[in-house]
Design a binder for this molecule. Sequence first.
Ligand SMILES: Cc1cc2nc3c(=O)[nH]c(=O)nc-3n(C[C@H](O)[C@H](O)[C@H](O)COP(=O)(O)OP(=O)(O)OC[C@H]3O[C@@H](n4cnc5c(N)ncnc54)[C@H](O)[C@@H]3O)c2cc1C
Length: 736
Amino acid sequence: MAKNILLVGGGYANVAAAKALIKRYRKSDEVKITLVDRNPFMTCMTELHEVAGWRVEPDSVRIPYAKLFGAQKIDIKSDTITSIDFDKNEAKSALNTYPYDYLILGTGAEPNYFGMKDVEENSFALWSFDDAMRIREHIEKTFEKAVAEPDTAKRKKMFTFVVAGAGFTGIEMAGELLEWRDVMCKKWRIDPSEVKVMVVEALGFVLPPMSEKLRAKASKYLYKHNVEVRLNTAIVGAEPGRVNLKDGSAIETDTFIWTCGVDGTHFADSLSLSQGPFGKDVPEGKRNRRGRILTTPQLASVDYPNVYAVGDNIWFIEDGKPIPQLVESAENTGHCAAHNIMVDIDGAGEKENFKNRLRGNMCSIGGKYGVSNGMGIECGGFMAMAVKHIANLLYFWGIGGVNVCWEYIKHEFLDIPENRSFVWGLGRYKNRFYWSFLLRLWLGVLWLFEGINKIGEGWLNPAVNNPTPSAWLFNNPAKQRGSAAWLAAQAGDATAAVTAASGAGDATAQAVTAASGAATEAVTAASGAAQAAADTVTAASGAAQAVADTVTAASGAAEAVADTVTAASGAAQAVADTVTAASGAVAAAVAANPPVHGPYWPIMTNPVIAKDYADRTKGVANWFTNWLMDGIMAQIPYMGMQIFVVVFEMCIGLAIIGGCFTWIMSAISVLMVLMFIFTGNFYWYNFWMLVAGIVMMGGAGRGLGIDNWLQPALKNWWNGTKFGRKHHLYFDNPTK
Ligand SMILES: Cc1cc2nc3c(=O)[nH]c(=O)nc-3n(C[C@H](O)[C@H](O)[C@H](O)COP(=O)(O)OP(=O)(O)OC[C@H]3O[C@@H](n4cnc5c(N)ncnc54)[C@H](O)[C@@H]3O)c2cc1C
């Protein structure tokens, strides 16, 4: 009989457990996995304050289970479990009964009010999606009302926002408020000094789990941004519009957010399972907290070996302390429980005792600042925020792959309002698509005309093959398969293709050799003559008495020098003649094989406009033409290549004009332009096409373009496919 594993609660802990179980039993029909959560989505609790403080859109903290699990082998139910019969192995909701062989309880936590009913009734909690939305809507309305409030005392109360608790949740909430305050003040034209954000904490410091250094950084940032942090201040009660403090004073406020403590849930409390301290064993009247489920070291309930507890709702002591209620603890407990259930079912392997492995803490204070102590490295500001985002992305990659990561990036950077990100608004991408409409038309028309122009040039005419019209795309046109030069080379008639050039080269080489021989001889002769002249001068000065003879000898020597110089200049003339002859031969060879130019040649040769950009014998252009063009593209038969270029240019043109598949067509446009650039046939004045192509990739087809309808329809179809769901490759949300 198939075993039923039932997971109640789909938070961090049970998602980790479910993923591990699915991985193990994805090919087995012997195990059935069911996850029941009261919501159809997983709530990213760690980002709730961002929703509450209006930094991100509500959807950013809700990941539909359908998206998380795609086509994986798990049954997801949206339901609220109200009771569990541990003897019958059944969990029940108002409408359904879920039988199980193994149960994992991961129902999370709830705020702890330490028995202060009045605080519970007069404050906002931040422990669920609904809580976050309540705070968000309340603050928006409060600003709206306060602006019109003529009574100064009431107005002051409305503009006082109190966060109770300086732990992670409290400081993160205050951080959002300090940023949102500025945005709202600007919107409602209020002096920010009128609006007060306060943090009230019973301890003498903020962020208890952090080091002194990081606490100091956080405090400094809060102080700098006019957040009043009241330490050593205990809250003892609350009433409408008022928070009562232990010293007898009170704070007047319409917004009191409670983040002071975490408790077990009402649901876990209602189960007939043993709890940790503060639980049911505490004598009547003394109990002021709900308990958490007491577990064995293997995370099974101490009462029922097939019932496991994970995440925030367990009571497990490690190193003398209960494990902290954090995401990492939740994930670790999920993995441990799943492992021990698998060992039980498979009857193989060893069960493991729970060991918590925590890598660090991060606390954001608004979107632009944070403190972090990940893996022993402490940092604040930009680095801390970068660490937090990377940690989140790694987590999302693990549970939901590329799609969930993309959603996160969109919400945190691309859609971020009011520059509330540590990279400010640099990532914001929303533009009004119709502004790029004319540019899109222009780019499309140009490609269309390019294609039409090429037809006029005979690109589609097989008779034009010597050289082929596409020859200019290659470094060595003779490599183009099927071209006349290529056929000649294949037939062994290499001379037809190469002789002229190599013959000219030979002639040049021979001429240069001859010239250099002649030059050498001339120089040798000249230096011999110079030596003779020197000897003569010596002789002349040594024989003073034989003046006449000496003069005669000297003039004879001078004559010899003159003759030698004449001989040398004759040799130089011979060199010049030879060089002239050689360059004539080269010019003749070039004339016999004229270079093939692109369609812009007349413009390019205009000295004002023309600027040869890419020398195809150098750098990337050389690599590109040799590797891609001569190496790969040359293998396409020349007619195929020409048809390909013409058809592609026309298709790109038409598609871009119509705004159809604009992203892919613009990407191809960019690639084609790059191809032209690197083959040395594209020029500066055409560079705008490259830039325009990239701009078009930003969704330009959605403004007055077919993509407006086509893309949603395609997405819808693709999201429903099994492949897309299985590999988490869907866009937005899966259809089924
Ligand atoms: C504002 C805020 C900020 C935080 N920031 C951080 C942080 O930066 N780093 C960190 O490590 N931790 C942080 N935490 C703590 C962290 O979110 C929790 O430790 C973590 O969510 C615990 O995971 P879990 O799976 O146990 O429970 P949860 O994530 O709370 O999931 C419990 C699930 O059970 C479901 N459920 C409950 N009862 C029932 C029922 N009866 N039937 C069906 N479904 C039910 C709920 O709908 C929920 O989906 C933060 C918490 C808050 C509130």
